[in-house]
Design a binder for this molecule. Structure first.
Ligand code: ADP
Length: 981
């Protein structure tokens, strides 16, 4: 369609004549459009090309007329198109080898080309013709493969070799794209590479690459291809020059080499001069677990340890830039295991004759083992150095000639010397002048013999200028042949040790002085126990000399009491065996008197640095006095404990209410066990019956105030609930004031006796009362009868019997009262009692009976109390009769009455004998009578006040006495006005 349009335009209907002319022309005539597509050919052109118009029209000129294609024509077409000016060009047809003269004229939207086959150009054109031939020659000979391509890759010219290789004719190829040729189109990858190269060259670059082409099926050739652009005057790419160098042989060699290289145990790589790695052998790729594509260029860096990457890259770049061999150690990852190993990478530039670097060839060698050994070595050297620098000694090495090679920093710090001063033979200047010669001599001798040596010398401290003692030790270091290569030595500061030695020496002396001054017997013995030294005291005590003891190490044994010798021997042997403290109390004979005294002998071992016992140091201290005291103490303790543990007295230790300790007797008495005691289950408060509680608390108060407690009677409730009458006394412990020792005496036997006595009295008084009543009654009847019969004399005589009978009656009544009170059987008959009246009545009665005294009653109570009239009468009768009885020389007895809101008070006062203060309490006890000459003459049984006190108590009242001997007594009775019945 497009062709028809074009044709119509250049062949207008009116130009049929012109067309006919063109058809008849003997020269070939073409019209092409801007894409160089043929739109018209005349008959001659068709004849020349051997094709029909239909075949030619619509095809590219280059493709349709390969006989005519040449770079000259191509250039001319470009030029005409650019300049829009007619152009002439003459060239030899590469196909027909005939000269072609071409006229090119621009048309609207295309070109017109007029080919004229003719002779060689005219003279004017000679040079041009020559250059055209030269060009053809060059094309043929310059290279195996040479072609001129249009910028789009179309073949404009090609030399013979490739045509032969592929067995094609030129016209089959020319005008086609190079990529479409059989050499290249057999494999997409190869094709791709070529197209990319053409595209690149088109942009003005020269592109080089190796490629494998296939001229014929099954036959391959390796080419080193260069595609270079050719620029026109406007710097536009006019066409491309394609050069292929047959490198098949080289490639073969290379392949073989590669196989060889791949088989090498080494990692091999090749890089371009710019550092781009083009090849890594299989082994290297396998190790990295990378494909060739991944590893090439700088992809291999991924396998280098991240810490080494920067360093490796920089070294590589430096080598590339400087063209210097590349060598760097780095860790590389094993792509499979992920582990890193050390490698030594090496690369050498390969240069041509001119010295230009062609490529880099390199290897990577596994140096892991070497590196490890190196590191170990380094570490061990480092260790040695660290050790040498850290030990608290000086460390040095010297050569067999005695010159120093090394000192640790400590040495320099101490001596203040610089390495220059100390190394070599300089070190000897720091020795003490007194030691240096001797030290040097010994060292010389030992260096000669090669024995390890040890020497003490003083070394000057740089800072202070003082010398300190050092112990130097050195060991020879020999090579395999046994030759001493150096001495390794240390110097240890032994100044303190030296001083300590000196101190020990001095202190030993001091010790000897001390041993002589102390009051003890002092001795030292050898490790086997043999005495080697005894102080003067020992000698004085035993009467032997020091020489004696020194000549006989066992001489001391004879002074030990025969009974103590065995124990001394056993303990001594134990101490010698174990090195433990020896301690023994033994009797030692005094040489002069032959008497034994007790001594405490103690001995301790003295050890050396290694802990070996070097001697025993012992003392014997006189403890005779102490022993005696101890013995006395032991005896007294024994006595005390005998008492304590006797089955007579129960004792316990009380703290608070608790009994914290007790003897067996107490436990047996009360029925408690040791277990109860331990568990804190014995409490004296709980053991005290309620009626004894007041008295017991009083007793404890007494103990708190004074060191001892006077014995008192009470009862304990035993564990089984039974009552035990006891007599209790106690003392406070001097060193433990909160604790008291209480003595408990079983009182049950006495109590039983008392009971029997009470029973007897009770029974006797009962038994006596009945006959006495009969006697009284009969006497009364006889008296009345005698009076009746006026036998007054007989009656008077009889009345003398009546009074003793009354006394006897009262006595028996009192006895009965007492026994009733004892058993709690006394009964009261409660009624309102007018005390004023009662007392006056008593006073009257008493006055009548006792004319010797005047009874004075003062005051009134003006009230009545609730009470037992007869019993109250008994109280005051008793008090008044006592007052009269115990004041034989007095004239008056006074009774004083008073009352308050709550109570009435009756005081009975006499001016008689009085009562000693300590007996004030006792007189209220049963059968108690205050002794003393004046009292004893006055008859009585000691029951009255007991009964009085009991009755007053029974009325809820109190009775007290105030009295002084010789001044009389006052008994005060207080009764509550109201009694809670
Ligand atoms: P008795 O008078 O029968 O001996 P009591 O019980 O009445 O017995 O008195 C006890 C003791 O108290 C007497 O033995 C006496 O020593 C003393 N006593 C009692 N009243 C007086 C008093 N008023 N003056 C001095 N001593 C007295």
């Amino acid at each position: 369609m497009s062709n028809a349009k074009q044709t119509r335009r250049v062949t207008p209907a009116s130009s049929d004549t012109l067309l006919t002319i063109l058809e008849t022309l003997p020269d070939a005539f073409f019209v092409v459009d801007d894409a160089t597509t043929i739109v018209y050919t005349n008959a001659s052109a068709q004849a020349m090309l051997g094709a029909t118009r239909e075949e030619l029209c619509g095809t590219s000129l280059w493709r349709g007329a390969p006989h005519l294609v040449s770079p000259s024509l191509y250039q001319a077409v470009r030029k005409t198109r650019q300049t829009r000016e007619p152009t002439n060009v003459a060239y030899v047809s590469p196909t027909t080898h005939s000269w072609l003269h071409v006229q090119l004229s621009p048309t609207v939207g295309g070109l017109m080309l007029h080919f004229h086959e003719g002779r060689a150009p005219t003279r004017r054109q000679e040079s041009f013709s020559q250059s055209e031939h030269l060009c053809a020659d060059i094309l043929e000979n310059i290279s195996d493969w040479l072609a001129i391509l249009a910028p789009d890759g179309m073949i404009l010219a090609i030399n013979q070799r490739p045509l032969e290789d592929a067995q094609v004719r030129r016209e089959e190829i020319v005008g086609r794209s190079l990529a479409e040729t059989p050499w290249w189109s057999y494999a997409p990858a190869v094709l791709q590479r070529l197209r990319a190269a053409i595209e690149q060259a088109c942009k003005g670059e020269t592109v080089r690459f190796d490629s494998r082409i296939c001229p014929q099926p099954g036959w391959y050739l390796d080419l080193a291809v260069t595609i270079a652009p050719h620029f026109d005057a406007n710097k536009q790419v006019e066409y491309l020059l394609y050069v292929g160098l047959d490198i098949t042989k080289r490639k073969q060699v290379e392949d073989e080499l590669r196989t060889l290289v791949d088989a090498l145990p080494q990692f091999v790589w090749i890089a371009r001069p710019d550092g781009y790695v083009t090849y890594l052998n299989q082994r290297l790729l396998d190790s990295l677990a990378l494909t060739h594509e991944q590893a090439e260029g700088d992809g291999w860096l991924a396998g280098v340890h991240p810490d080494d990457r920067q360093r490796v890259w920089e070294a590589w770049q430096t080598s590339i830039q400087a063209g210097e061999p590349y060598e760097v150690g780095h860790r590389m990852q094993d792509g499979t295991s992920g582990a890193y190993r050390w490698f030594l990478a090496r690369g050498m530039p390969q240069r041509n004759a001119q010295g230009t670097i062609l490529r880099w060839v390199g290897t990577c060698t596994d140096i892991e083992e070497q590196k490890r050994v190196e590191q170990q070595l380094k570490a061990s050297e480092e260790n040695w150095r660290v050790l040498a620098e850290t030990v608290p000694q000086f460390v040095w090495t010297i050569q067999p000639d005695g010159s120093a090679m090394y000192f640790n920093q400590r040495y320099y710090d101490y001596t203040g010397a610089s390495p220059e001063q100390a190394l070599g033979h300089g070190w000897s200047q720091f020795l003490h002048p007194d030691d240096s010669e001797q030290a040097r001599a010994l060292r010389r001798h030992l260096l000669a013999t090669g024995e390890a040596y040890e020497i003490e010398y003083r070394l000057r401290e740089g800072k202070t200028g003082n010398y300190r003692w050092f112990l130097a030790r050195a060991m020879p270091v020999r090579d395999e042949t046994g030759q001493i290569v150096k001495w390794f030595g240390t110097s240890t500061d032994i100044e303190e040790q030296k001083r300590a030695e000196q101190w020990i020496k001095e202190s030993e002396e001091n010790l000897r002085v001390l041993a002589e001054t102390v009051p003890q017997l002092v001795w030292t013995a050898r490790p086997d126990g043999r005495h080697e030294y005894t102080n003067q005291h020992w000698c004085d005590y035993t009467g032997l000399t020091l020489e004696h003891f020194q000549s006989d190490g066992w001489a001391h044994l004879q002074f030990i009491h025969p009974d103590d010798r065995e124990s001394n021997r056993v303990l001594g042997q134990h101490a010698l065996d174990t090195g433990e403290l020896f301690e023994h109390e033994e009797r030692l004979r005094e040489g002069q008197t032959g008497a034994y005294r007790w001594f405490l002998t103690r001995a301790l071992p003295v050890r050396d640095e290694a802990g070996q016992i070097v001697k025993w140091f012992g003392t014997s201290t006189d403890i005779d006095e102490q022993k005696r005291i101890e013995e006395a103490l032991r005896e007294s303790q024994e006595r005390a404990s005998t008492l304590m543990n006797s089955n007579i007295i129960g004792t316990f230790v009380g703290e608070g209410e608790q009994i914290v300790d007790a003897n067996d007797t107490f436990l047996r008495m009360t029925g408690y066990t040791r277990e109860d005691l331990r568990a804190g289950r014995i409490n004296w408060m709980h053991m005290t019956p309620p009626e004894y509680l007041t008295r017991t608390l009083e007793a404890h108060k007494e103990l708190a105030a004074q060191p001892s407690l006077a014995p008192y009677e009470k009862e304990y409730v035993c564990k089984d609930g039974s009552r035990l009458p006891v007599l209790v006394g106690g003392v406070v412990l001097e060193h433990h004031p909160r604790q008291a020792i209480i003595f408990v005496l079983d009182n049950s036997a006495r109590k039983e006796l008392e009971q029997r006595k009470d029973d007897f009295i009770n029974m006797a008084s009962h038994e006596l009362r009945t006959p006495l009543t009969v006697v009284k009654l009969q006497t009364h009847l006889v008296h009345k009868r005698l009076e009746k019969h006026s036998q007054h004399e007989a009656a008077t005589a009889l009345s003398r019997v009546e009074r003793p009978i009354e006394q006897l009656e009262r006595l028996i009544a009192e006895l009965l009262d007492v026994s009733q009170m004892q058993t709690g059987r006394l009964k009261y008959i409660w009624e309102r009692v007018d005390l004023d009246e009662l007392l006056r009545e008593i006073a009257d009665t008493m006055q009548r009976m006792s004319p010797s005294h005047t009874i004075v009653v003062r005051g009134t109570v003006q009230t009545s109390v609730t009470g037992d009239r007869d019993r109250l009468r008994q109280v005051f009768t008793n008090l008044l009769s006592n007052a009269i009885k115990y004041s034989p020389n007095a004239k008056t007895v006074e009774v004083e009455l008073s009352a308050s809101e709550e109570a009435v008070t009756i005081r009975v006062q006499d001016h008689g004998l009085g009562i000693p203060r300590e007996k004030h309490k006792k007189i209220f006890e049963r059968f108690y009578r205050a002794t003393g000459l004046s009292h004893e003459t006055i008859p009585g049984l000691g029951m009255g006040l007991y009964i009085v006190a009991e009755i007053v108590k029974g009325h809820g009242g109190t009775i007290t006495v105030e009295s002084d001997v010789g001044k009389g007594s006052t008994f005060t009775v207080t009764l509550p006005r109201k009694r809670d019945a």
